[in-house]
Ligand binder design. Structure first.
Ligand SMILES: *Cc1c(COP(=O)(O)O)cnc(C)c1O
Length: 404
């Protein structure tokens, strides 16, 4: 018998980097070190070097690393059922759905395994809502410049970026791209053939641009006029990141569908499609499904995360530290800084030069940083980060910027 707790042979960082280079599809550009553990808001590499984490696994690790409550939630859930498929009832899925509905505009929830899958489902549900009304020609989808909705073919079709789309044509037909935050452009694109309008209340990959209240309210009215479904993609900006539980709460405008994923289970893969009864009632048995989605392990853990993140004190912390981050970044005296913007702990530092060298310098200086496009550093840290960490960041950034 193998002893399951026996230590595994330890490979050196060089061996792991070589194996990755030899065996993994090379779609990711990674820095040359090996992350081996995390604690709080720091991760550590195999040489024991610490990195203050402003990335959080791309806005995923809301509670940081080694959170005792999260660890206990995973341990407890892992001792029970891990997976059953959606052929059977299990308690955690129903209870998480109830908690999401009670804390949002929505009446029902469909679970997925990722953000792109949540958006795929949302598009299908929107088309089905029109189909159910006998509107078989109401199939078009309107999306916006700068949007990111995912990498699978449907979500890719509504992510208007040449580098992502071009090699994979033909994409979904019937997609129109309007200008983000430009209501005239949206008005020109939305008509009786529009099944869905999809927008991020705060664009993430596009460079941390918040939709204006007027824009979202205008989209709401246009969708109501033509009977289209309004979808808010809160995969990145939702679940407390903006300082409110849902980013659209800053605008007072509610969608018909909201998609979630990244931080929902604190690092385990999950996505969710929240919707009104009007949308949900168009879906019947067998019309959509997933083998893994909404399993008891991930949904138990997500319930723990949602409970923690939705506490008023938690959200106040996100707002306070986020405001402080913007304030301190704005104080940096560098001719390279073009703009600082964002909401909560979703903040952009836009430079007049490409940010690649700054991200690289971060690795040398114990910082994990990520770009959004070529000229923007995007700060999406664990939501438990505090003001002292902001001070450390700003001190290091000031030095790094003056060296560029
Ligand atoms: C990351 C992201 C997605 C895609 O999520 P995956 O889990 O990577 O498929 C979709 N929409 C937004 C706004 C995102 O930030």
């Amino acid at each position: 018998m193998l002893n399951p707790t026996a230590p595994q042979p330890v490979l050196t960082a060089d061996q792991v980097l070589q194996d990755d280079c030899d065996y993994v599809v090379q779609t990711y550009k990674r820095p040359p070190f090996l992350l081996t553990r995390g604690e709080g808001v720091h991760v550590y590499d195999s040489e024991g070097r610490a990195y203050l984490d402003w990335v959080a696994g791309i806005a995923v690790n809301a509670l940081g690393y080694g959170d005792p409550g999260l660890t206990a939630a995973i341990q407890n859930a892992s001792a029970g059922l891990i997976h059953t498929s959606n052929l059977y009832y299990t308690a955690p899925q129903a209870e998480l759905a109830k908690q999401l509905v009670e804390k949002s505009f929505a009446d029902r929830v469909f679970f997925t395994n990722s953000g792109t899958e949540a958006n795929e489902g949302a598009l299908k549900f929107a088309r089905k809502a029109a189909y159910e009304k006998g509107r078989h020609d109401q199939t078009e989808i309107v999306c916006f410049s700068g949007a990111f909705h995912g990498r699978t073919l449907g979500s890719l079709s509504i992510t208007p970026k040449d580098k992502y789309q071009k090699p994979f044509h033909p994409l979904l037909s019937g997609v129109k791209v309007a200008e983000f935050n430009d209501l005239d452009s949206a008005r020109a694109a939305i008509d009786e053939r529009t099944a869905a309008v999809i927008v991020e209340p705060i664009q993430g990959e596009g460079g941390i641009h918040a939709a204006t209240r007027e824009f979202l309210a205008g989209l709401r009215a246009l969708c109501d006029q033509v009977g289209a479904v309004l979808i808010f993609d809160e995969v990145q900006c939702g679940m407390g990141r903006s300082g409110k539980l849902w980013a659209h709460q800053h605008s007072g405008v509610t969608p018909d569908i909201m998609t979630l994923a990244k931080p929902l289970a604190g690092g385990l893969p999950i996505g969710a499609i929240l919707m009104t009864e009007a949308v949900a009632s168009a879906m019947h048995v067998g019309e959509h499904g997933s083998t893994f989605a909404g399993g008891p392990l991930v949904t138990s853990v997500a319930a723990h995360i949602l409970e923690r993140v939705s506490q008023p004190e938690f959200l106040e912390h996100v707002s306070a530290v986020g405001d402080y981050l913007q304030e301190r970044l704005s104080e940096i005296n560098s001719p390279l800084i073009r703009a600082v913007r964002g909401r909560g702990l979703m903040v952009a530092l836009e430079l007049t030069v490409e940010v690649g060298p700054l991200v690289e310098a971060g690795y040398q200086n114990g910082l994990l940083l990520v770009n959004a496009g070529t000229h923007i550093v995007r700060f999406v840290p664990p939501l438990v980060i505090d003001k002292a960490h902001v001070d450390t960041l700003v001190e290091k950034l000031s030095t790094m910027l003056s060296a560029i």
